[in-house]
Ligand binder design. Structure first.
Ligand code: FAD
Length: 177
Protein backbone atom coordinates (compact mmCIF):
# COMPACT_ATOMS: atom_id res chain seq x y z
CA UNK A 1 0.00 0.00 0.00
CA UNK A 2 1.29 3.47 -0.90
CA UNK A 3 2.45 5.54 2.07
CA UNK A 4 0.92 8.99 1.71
CA UNK A 5 2.67 10.38 4.79
CA UNK A 6 0.94 12.25 7.60
CA UNK A 7 -2.60 13.32 6.81
CA UNK A 8 -3.00 17.09 6.49
CA UNK A 9 -6.34 18.33 7.72
CA UNK A 10 -7.30 21.14 5.36
CA UNK A 11 -10.41 22.33 7.10
CA UNK A 12 -10.65 20.88 10.60
CA UNK A 13 -14.14 20.52 12.04
CA UNK A 14 -13.08 20.87 15.66
CA UNK A 15 -10.23 22.58 17.40
CA UNK A 16 -7.81 21.73 20.20
CA UNK A 17 -10.40 22.84 22.77
CA UNK A 18 -12.86 20.31 21.31
CA UNK A 19 -15.11 23.11 20.08
CA UNK A 20 -16.45 23.25 16.53
CA UNK A 21 -14.35 25.52 14.32
CA UNK A 22 -16.47 28.34 12.92
CA UNK A 23 -15.68 29.56 9.42
CA UNK A 24 -16.54 32.89 7.83
CA UNK A 25 -18.62 33.01 4.71
CA UNK A 26 -15.41 33.26 2.64
CA UNK A 27 -14.36 29.87 4.05
CA UNK A 28 -11.60 31.23 6.31
CA UNK A 29 -11.62 30.49 10.06
CA UNK A 30 -13.49 33.27 11.86
CA UNK A 31 -11.17 35.01 14.31
CA UNK A 32 -13.96 36.53 16.41
CA UNK A 33 -15.94 33.27 16.55
CA UNK A 34 -13.26 30.84 17.78
CA UNK A 35 -10.97 30.75 20.77
CA UNK A 36 -7.45 31.92 20.00
CA UNK A 37 -6.14 28.37 20.44
CA UNK A 38 -8.60 26.94 17.95
CA UNK A 39 -8.04 29.80 15.52
CA UNK A 40 -4.29 29.20 15.67
CA UNK A 41 -4.79 25.53 14.99
CA UNK A 42 -7.17 26.13 12.09
CA UNK A 43 -4.81 28.62 10.49
CA UNK A 44 -1.83 26.32 10.79
CA UNK A 45 -0.41 28.01 13.87
CA UNK A 46 0.52 31.11 11.97
CA UNK A 47 -1.25 33.72 14.03
CA UNK A 48 0.90 36.78 14.54
CA UNK A 49 1.08 37.50 18.25
CA UNK A 50 1.19 41.21 17.60
CA UNK A 51 2.55 43.76 15.25
CA UNK A 52 5.80 42.83 13.58
CA UNK A 53 6.59 46.45 13.00
CA UNK A 54 9.83 47.38 14.60
CA UNK A 55 9.75 50.05 17.24
CA UNK A 56 10.91 53.40 15.91
CA UNK A 57 14.26 54.28 17.43
CA UNK A 58 13.17 57.48 19.11
CA UNK A 59 9.62 56.42 20.01
CA UNK A 60 10.38 56.06 23.70
CA UNK A 61 11.84 59.50 24.01
CA UNK A 62 8.92 61.05 22.13
CA UNK A 63 6.38 59.02 24.16
CA UNK A 64 4.69 57.80 20.97
CA UNK A 65 2.27 54.91 21.17
CA UNK A 66 4.33 51.78 20.59
CA UNK A 67 2.52 48.99 18.74
CA UNK A 68 1.60 46.59 21.49
CA UNK A 69 1.60 42.80 21.45
CA UNK A 70 -2.16 42.67 21.98
CA UNK A 71 -3.96 40.39 19.52
CA UNK A 72 -7.36 40.96 17.92
CA UNK A 73 -9.99 39.56 20.30
CA UNK A 74 -11.10 35.94 20.17
CA UNK A 75 -14.67 34.85 20.92
CA UNK A 76 -14.11 34.92 24.70
CA UNK A 77 -12.42 38.28 25.03
CA UNK A 78 -14.92 39.82 22.64
CA UNK A 79 -17.76 38.26 24.65
CA UNK A 80 -16.50 39.47 28.04
CA UNK A 81 -16.01 43.01 26.77
CA UNK A 82 -19.38 43.02 25.04
CA UNK A 83 -21.27 41.77 28.09
CA UNK A 84 -19.47 44.43 30.14
CA UNK A 85 -20.70 47.09 27.72
CA UNK A 86 -24.26 45.72 27.60
CA UNK A 87 -24.68 45.30 31.38
CA UNK A 88 -23.11 48.72 31.95
CA UNK A 89 -25.66 50.22 29.57
CA UNK A 90 -28.38 48.54 31.66
CA UNK A 91 -26.81 49.96 34.83
CA UNK A 92 -26.92 53.52 33.51
CA UNK A 93 -30.25 53.26 31.69
CA UNK A 94 -32.82 55.58 33.31
CA UNK A 95 -35.21 54.10 35.83
CA UNK A 96 -38.02 55.90 34.03
CA UNK A 97 -36.90 56.21 30.40
CA UNK A 98 -38.66 58.47 27.93
CA UNK A 99 -40.28 57.06 24.80
CA UNK A 100 -37.23 58.17 22.83
CA UNK A 101 -34.82 56.44 25.20
CA UNK A 102 -36.85 53.23 25.00
CA UNK A 103 -36.86 53.36 21.23
CA UNK A 104 -33.08 54.05 21.12
CA UNK A 105 -32.35 51.06 23.31
CA UNK A 106 -34.53 48.76 21.21
CA UNK A 107 -32.76 49.91 18.06
CA UNK A 108 -29.37 49.47 19.69
CA UNK A 109 -30.13 45.89 20.74
CA UNK A 110 -31.41 45.06 17.29
CA UNK A 111 -28.35 46.56 15.57
CA UNK A 112 -26.01 45.00 18.12
CA UNK A 113 -27.11 41.51 17.10
CA UNK A 114 -26.78 42.37 13.42
CA UNK A 115 -23.30 43.89 13.78
CA UNK A 116 -21.80 41.55 16.38
CA UNK A 117 -18.37 40.46 15.05
CA UNK A 118 -18.91 36.77 15.90
CA UNK A 119 -21.57 36.20 13.26
CA UNK A 120 -23.05 33.00 14.68
CA UNK A 121 -23.22 34.52 18.20
CA UNK A 122 -25.00 37.52 16.67
CA UNK A 123 -27.46 35.32 14.80
CA UNK A 124 -28.36 33.44 17.99
CA UNK A 125 -28.74 36.75 19.82
CA UNK A 126 -31.08 38.02 17.09
CA UNK A 127 -33.19 34.86 17.43
CA UNK A 128 -33.37 35.43 21.19
CA UNK A 129 -34.48 39.04 20.63
CA UNK A 130 -37.22 37.84 18.27
CA UNK A 131 -38.36 35.21 20.76
CA UNK A 132 -38.14 37.40 23.88
CA UNK A 133 -38.77 41.04 23.16
CA UNK A 134 -36.30 43.38 24.93
CA UNK A 135 -37.95 44.88 28.01
CA UNK A 136 -37.06 48.55 27.87
CA UNK A 137 -39.79 50.14 30.04
CA UNK A 138 -37.57 50.49 33.13
CA UNK A 139 -33.96 49.98 34.13
CA UNK A 140 -34.88 46.97 36.26
CA UNK A 141 -36.86 45.35 33.44
CA UNK A 142 -33.99 45.78 30.98
CA UNK A 143 -31.34 44.63 33.47
CA UNK A 144 -33.30 41.42 34.05
CA UNK A 145 -34.04 40.85 30.39
CA UNK A 146 -30.33 41.18 29.62
CA UNK A 147 -29.38 38.89 32.48
CA UNK A 148 -31.76 36.25 31.08
CA UNK A 149 -30.28 36.72 27.60
CA UNK A 150 -26.78 36.26 29.01
CA UNK A 151 -27.92 33.17 30.92
CA UNK A 152 -29.26 31.69 27.70
CA UNK A 153 -25.72 31.89 26.27
CA UNK A 154 -24.26 30.55 29.55
CA UNK A 155 -26.52 27.50 29.26
CA UNK A 156 -25.60 26.99 25.60
CA UNK A 157 -21.91 27.02 26.57
CA UNK A 158 -22.37 24.77 29.62
CA UNK A 159 -21.47 27.60 32.04
CA UNK A 160 -23.24 28.17 35.37
CA UNK A 161 -26.18 30.56 35.21
CA UNK A 162 -26.09 33.85 37.09
CA UNK A 163 -28.69 34.74 39.76
CA UNK A 164 -30.53 37.64 38.11
CA UNK A 165 -31.60 39.00 41.52
CA UNK A 166 -27.96 40.07 41.80
CA UNK A 167 -27.52 41.83 38.47
CA UNK A 168 -27.50 45.29 40.08
CA UNK A 169 -24.84 44.38 42.63
CA UNK A 170 -22.66 42.97 39.87
CA UNK A 171 -23.10 45.79 37.36
CA UNK A 172 -24.33 48.89 39.19
CA UNK A 173 -24.06 49.16 42.96
CA UNK A 174 -21.20 46.79 43.80
CA UNK A 175 -21.21 44.18 46.55
CA UNK A 176 -21.68 44.86 50.28
CA UNK A 177 -18.36 44.24 52.01
P1 FAD B 1 -18.91 36.07 30.46
O1 FAD B 1 -20.03 35.15 30.08
O2 FAD B 1 -18.31 36.90 29.37
O3 FAD B 1 -19.44 37.01 31.61
C1 FAD B 1 -18.68 38.10 32.13
C2 FAD B 1 -19.12 38.33 33.56
O4 FAD B 1 -20.51 38.63 33.57
C3 FAD B 1 -19.00 37.12 34.45
O5 FAD B 1 -17.72 37.04 35.01
C4 FAD B 1 -20.09 37.34 35.50
O6 FAD B 1 -19.60 38.16 36.56
C5 FAD B 1 -21.13 38.13 34.76
N1 FAD B 1 -22.28 37.35 34.34
C6 FAD B 1 -22.31 36.05 33.91
N2 FAD B 1 -23.56 35.72 33.56
C7 FAD B 1 -24.32 36.82 33.77
C8 FAD B 1 -25.70 37.09 33.61
N3 FAD B 1 -26.56 36.17 33.17
N4 FAD B 1 -26.16 38.32 33.93
C9 FAD B 1 -25.32 39.26 34.41
N5 FAD B 1 -24.00 39.07 34.58
C10 FAD B 1 -23.52 37.85 34.27
N6 FAD B 1 -19.50 32.56 22.96
C11 FAD B 1 -19.56 31.39 22.31
O7 FAD B 1 -18.63 30.59 22.41
N7 FAD B 1 -20.66 31.05 21.57
C12 FAD B 1 -21.73 31.90 21.42
O8 FAD B 1 -22.69 31.59 20.72
C13 FAD B 1 -21.67 33.16 22.08
N8 FAD B 1 -22.67 34.06 21.95
C14 FAD B 1 -22.55 35.29 22.52
C15 FAD B 1 -23.56 36.24 22.31
C16 FAD B 1 -23.42 37.50 22.82
C17 FAD B 1 -24.49 38.54 22.56
C18 FAD B 1 -22.27 37.86 23.57
C19 FAD B 1 -22.11 39.26 24.11
C20 FAD B 1 -21.29 36.92 23.81
C21 FAD B 1 -21.41 35.62 23.30
N9 FAD B 1 -20.43 34.66 23.51
C22 FAD B 1 -20.51 33.45 22.86
C23 FAD B 1 -19.30 34.89 24.45
C24 FAD B 1 -19.63 34.25 25.82
O9 FAD B 1 -20.93 34.62 26.26
C25 FAD B 1 -18.63 34.69 26.92
O10 FAD B 1 -18.53 36.10 26.93
C26 FAD B 1 -17.24 34.12 26.76
O11 FAD B 1 -17.32 32.70 26.68
C27 FAD B 1 -16.36 34.50 27.98
O12 FAD B 1 -17.00 33.98 29.13
P2 FAD B 1 -16.63 34.30 30.62
O13 FAD B 1 -16.74 33.02 31.37
O14 FAD B 1 -15.37 35.07 30.71
O15 FAD B 1 -17.79 35.25 31.20
Amino acid sequence: KEDRGPQVVERPESGVTGRKIIYDKDGKPCRACNTLLDFRMATGGSVASGSTQSKPKDSFEKKETVPSKDCPPDVEELGRSSWTLLHSIAATYPEKPTGDQQSNLKQFISLFGKLYPCWFCGEDFQSYVEKKEPQVMTQEAFGRWLCDAHNEVNIKLGKPTFDCNLWKQRWKDGWDD
